[in-house]
Design a protein around this ligand. Sequence first.
Ligand code: ADP
Ligand code: MG
Length: 500
Amino acid sequence: MTESTYRIQGATGDWEVVIGLEVHAQVMSEAKLFSGAATAFGAEPNTQVSLVDAAMPGMLPVPNAECIRQAVRTGMAINAQINKWSRFDRKNYFYADLPQGYQISQLYYPLVGEGEIEISLDDKNPEAEVKTIGIERIHVEQDAGKLMHDQHPTRSYVDLNRSGVALMEIVSRPDMRSPAEAGAYLSKLRTILRYVGSCDGNMDQGSMRADVNVSVRKPGEELGTRTETKNVNSVRFVMQAIEHEANRQVDVLESGGKIVQETRLFDPDTGSTRSMRSKEDAHDYRYFPDPDLLPLELEDAFLEECRASLPELPDAKRHRYENDLGLSPYNAGVLTAEAETARWFEVLLSESAAKQGKPEADVAKAAANWMLSELFGALNKLGKGLDDSPVSPQAGAELLALVGDGTISGSIAKQVLEKMLETGDGAEAIVEREGLKQTSDTGAIEAAVAKVLADNADKVEQYKGGKEALFGFFVGQTMKAMQGKANPKVVNELLKKALG
Ligand code: ADP
Ligand code: MG
């Protein structure tokens, strides 16, 4: 990806867009960052609030090792420096969803330092248009509660269930240059978090949300003044917010105005951003080290355990699918884009290999093609996904084995899959019950060939006169006469013989 691709054309020339994202990712953990209260989404308001989360006087925070572990694992997954010594700071501000009057965060010594994430802008070939986005830091902090203003015209309510839940704030460098790059970055980050299992990545439930920093400049100039659009909660909205905000900034600058560093809000209904408040600086928050907490000191054994617990990550998996299994970059990309898809594929693959007594590399292409076109296509029609697929990977492997050993043809396999999805029965049982086995019985096929040629004497004439494309027609008619159950190879051979 070259940085010259995305430009906004203004009256005074082309403008470059500069983007940096701060992503808040809710840590997957049974308990909150400094209390034992539960974190499940969707509970009745104020049912998951300990005295610590409600900031009762005298309550003391105790760090939850699991939350720290998750943030460290996330840092390792983006090749980041892990700081064995880090510290918590108080960020002081008043708001009704923050009973403590401060958020415990990490300003000066974050848990995770510099790392990087590789993105690609080419869906069809993830090896192309690759760009590395720098990560500045990941720090750990508390989430605030939630205010609800629209329940009653004159009242606001506060739900403290989210108060004290652990967040990772993942801060990128201002390395992105287009809405598409920001979208690709956010998607890739979500994929990594889901693989690692440190955040569920569900943006619609607010467990991952992005603060979008945007500025514009003439190519080659210094960085411009940025605005920060807060809490944008989908990939599409992030891209829209950038598009809108960058164009707005160009308009302001070209009409002789200045960009004020400010916090803005995104309005999904109009796709536009509007000013919320002037941007506060760190000193506005009166940060200081939290006196209730000791610095975090991580031991080597803890770090080793974190590293050992990491799964194979998406890029490594994609490369393995290409290099060891011989899959196309596109198929490898699609199969590894979600941890769940890759898991499903790997069970399908190992079961297929076992059932057919072949190495995985020999059955991988057929398994990938079947899963991505046949299975996904059929599930799509049913409005289902892999998570509620009526066909398990084991059942899929049974079907593939029947195709692999020539028991059924590819086209019959489509019918069998439909029946499997309808009934939940196994492939072998369906093939047996419905008499779908492919026949290589030359006698029966020869009879069918003879009938097809006799019924289409005119076409046989044309074929012999040089219209060779008609061969496919004869194959199709013969297969039809055999109800799809003839071995295609035998059909071809016998037709060739009969047509001389
Ligand atoms: P704060 O925490 O006050 O928002 P930071 O310095 O931590 O400030 O920067 C936050 C984000 O803003 C980072 O993701 C960074 O990449 C991005 N950023 C910084 N300068 C610019 C700029 N000129 N244009 C666009 N993004 C920027
Ligand atoms: Mg910020």
